[in-house]
Design a protein around this ligand. Structure first.
Ligand code: UDX
Length: 452
C-alpha cells in the first residue's frame, strides 16, 4: 500500500490493512519519510503483521509541507523515483501481488506498472465524489454546463439534483490548478487500475455505486473506521492522531443525560474565523443545550484570540459547555449523551456518524465537504444541511434552527431512526457475508490468488 501520511489519508489504509491481515494477507505500507516520527500509535513492525516502509518525498525534513504545490511537484519528480527504488530493493526478498495506492499519489500507479505489479486504488472519499470527478476529469465534463454559476442545477446519475455550489470544490474554477492536474492525471490513469475500492459501504451509496458499474466500478469495502466504533476490541491501536486527546470530556459526558449534548468539531484542517466562532457560540448559547466543542490547536487563526473567545463562550453559557483542543471522536460519537454532531462533513467524520448512528448538522467548507453534506441530508437522510450565503460562512440563526430541527423539531425522530438504521447497515456490511466483506473476499480471490 502507498499513501501520504496525513491523518485522513493513512488511517483508512491502516483499517484496510487490518481487514486484509485478518484474512491471511501480508501487508506492507509505504509512506513518506517525514512522517516516521509522527506515527507514534502505529503498531511497530515487530509487534504486528503490518510492515512499514518509508521513502523520501524529496524535501528537507523542516520544509513547510503546507505549501501543497511544492509538495506535489517534489513527489512527482523525486518521491516517485524514491518509491521505485524502495520497491526494487523490497522485491529482492519478496514478491508483491498487488499495490493499493492512495488517489492523491497518482504517479504511484505508474510506479506499480513499471514494476509489473497489478494496481488497485483505495478511494478515500465518498463514492459519490469519485463518480462526480469521473464525469468531469475522465468524461470531458459534458455533464456540467456552467461551473461559474453556484446556483446552476446539476443532475448526475445516482445522485439527487443539487447545485454547482455543492460540487467538490477542487473541480471548480476557483480551485488551484495543481489539484486539477493531479485529479486529471489520476482519472487518465484509471485504465491501469484493476480495482477501485470505496471506504463506505454499498447500502449507503447504492445508487451511486450502480451508476458506475458500466464505467469504472467502485467497490465499497467499509466503513473503514476505528474498530471501537464497530464494537471490536483492539489491542493494537491502528490509527494516527495528530494531537493528544483530552480524556476529561468522556467523564464530562458521563454526567450528562442521554441524547442531550451537541458535539461540535470541524476536523483537523479547517481554521474557523473569529466571526464563525462567535456565530457558533451564539447558536449554542441560544439552544440552551449542553455542548462539547473541539477547537483544535491548528484552529488558531491569523486574527488571534480563539482561546479567549472560547473562554467567553463558557462564561456566557454558565458551564453548560466544554471546549477542548482534541478528543477521541469515536468515543464521543458512541457516547449515549451525544444527541447530534455539528460537523464540517469531512469524509472520515461523516462515515463515523453513520457507524455511530449520530444525526448531523452539516456546515461544510471546501473540497468534498459540500458534496458530503448533500449526501447526509438528501441520500443518507441522517441530518440537515445548514444553509449559508457561501460555504464556510456560518449563520448563527440558521445553525440554531438546525439544532432545533435535529433535536426537537417534527422531523427529529425520523432523522434519529434513519441514523440508527444506517448504524445497523454499516455493521452488517462488514460482517461475514456482508456487502463489504464479499468485495474484500472477491478482491483477495481475483487479485492475490489468481493475480488477475
Ligand atoms: C480532510 C478534509 O478536510 C476532508 O474534507 C476530507 O474528506 C478528508 O481529509 P479533516 O478535515 O481532518 O479531513 O476531516 P475528517 O475527514 O472528518 O477527519 C477528521 C478525523 O479526525 C476523524 O477521523 C475524527 O474522528 C478525528 N478527530 C477529529 C478526532 O479524533 N478528534 C477530534 O477532536 C476531532
Amino acid at each position: 500500500m502507498v499513501s501520504l501520511p496525513f491523518q485522513g489519508h493513512i488511517n483508512p489504509f491502516l483499517k484496510l490493512a487490518k481487514r486484509l491481515i485478518s484474512k491471511g494477507v501480508h501487508v506492507t505500507i509505504a509512506t513518506t519519510e517525514n512522517a516516521r516520527h509522527r506515527l507514534p500509535k502505529m503498531p511497530n513492525s515487530q509487534s504486528s503483521e503490518i510492515h512499514l516502509e518509508f521513502f523520501s518525498d524529496g524535501l528537507s525534513f523542516d520544509f513547510d509541507r503546507s505549501d501543497q504545490n511544492s509538495l506535489i511537484n517534489s513527489l512527482y519528480t523525486k518521491g516517485s523515483k524514491n518509491l521505485s527504488t524502495l520497491i526494487t530493493n523490497l522485491t529482492k526478498a519478496q514478491e508483491f501481488s498487488c499495490m493499493i495506492v492512495n488517489p492523491f499519489v497518482p504517479w504511484a500507479i505508474d510506479v506499480a506498472n513499471e514494476h509489473g505489479i497489478p494496481c488497485a486504488m483505495l478511494w478515500i472519499q465518498a463514492s459519490a465524489v469519485f463518480s462526480i470527478y469521473y464525469r468531469y476529469f475522465k468524461n470531458t465534463g459534458d455533464d456540467f454546463q456552467n461551473l461559474e454559476d453556484p446556483n446552476e442545477k446539476v443532475q448526475l446519475p445516482g445522485l439527487p439534483t443539487f447545485k454547482v455550489r455543492d460540487l467538490p470544490t477542487l473541480m471548480l474554477p476557483s480551485s488551484p490548478d495543481h489539484f486539477k492536474r493531479l485529479l486529471m492525471h489520476l482519472y487518465q490513469s484509471l485504465d491501469k487500475v484493476k480495482w477501485v475500492f470505496g471506504t463506505s459501504f454499498y447500502e449507503a451509496e447504492e445508487e451511486i455505486v450502480k451508476s458506475m458499474v458500466s464505467l469504472t466500478p467502485i467497490y465499497p469495502i467499509g466503513p473503514l473506521v476505528s474498530p471501537f466504533l464497530l464494537g471490536e476490541t483492539e489491542t493494537n491501536v491502528f490509527s494516527v492522531d495528530l494531537w493528544n486527546a483530552e480524556y476529561s470530556c468522556i467523564e464530562w459526558l458521563d454526567n450528562k443525560p442521554n441524547s442531550s449534548v451537541i458535539y461540535v468539531s470541524f476536523g483537523s484542517l479547517i481554521v474557523l474565523s473569529n466571526k464563525n466562532i462567535e456565530n457558533i457560540a451564539t447558536a449554542l448559547k441560544n439552544s440552551n443545550k449542553p455542548f462539547l466543542w473541539v477547537l483544535n490547536p491548528g484552529a488558531e487563526n491569523k486574527e488571534g484570540g480563539a482561546d479567549e473567545l472560547a473562554f467567553e463562550i463558557l462564561k456566557e453559557t454558565k458551564g453548560r459547555g466544554l471546549v477542548v483542543k482534541w478528543c477521541q471522536q469515536e468515543r464521543v460519537l458512541m457516547h449515549p449523551s451525544v444527541a447530534c454532531f455539528v460537523s464540517h462533513c469531512g469524509w472520515n467524520s461523516t462515515l463515523e456518524t453513520l457507524v455511530a448512528g449520530v444525526p448531523v448538522i452539516a456546515c461544510p467548507e471546501w473540497t468534498d465537504q459540500p458534496t458530503n453534506a448533500v449526501l447526509v441530508s438528501n441520500v443518507f437522510k441522517t441530518g440537515v444541511n445548514a444553509k449559508s450565503e457561501e460555504h464556510g460562512v456560518i449563520n448563527a440563526q440558521e445553525l440554531q434552527r438546525c439544532i432545533w430541527e435535529v433535536m426537537d423539531g417534527p422531523n427529529a425522530e425520523e432523522i434519529k431512526n434513519r441514523a440508527m438504521e444506517m448504524k445497523d447497515l454499516a455493521r452488517k456490511a462488514l460482517q461475514e457475508g456482508g456487502s463489504s466483506d464479499k468485495h474484500i473476499n472477491q478482491f483477495i480471490h481475483d487479485m492475490i490468488i489468481h493475480n488477475l
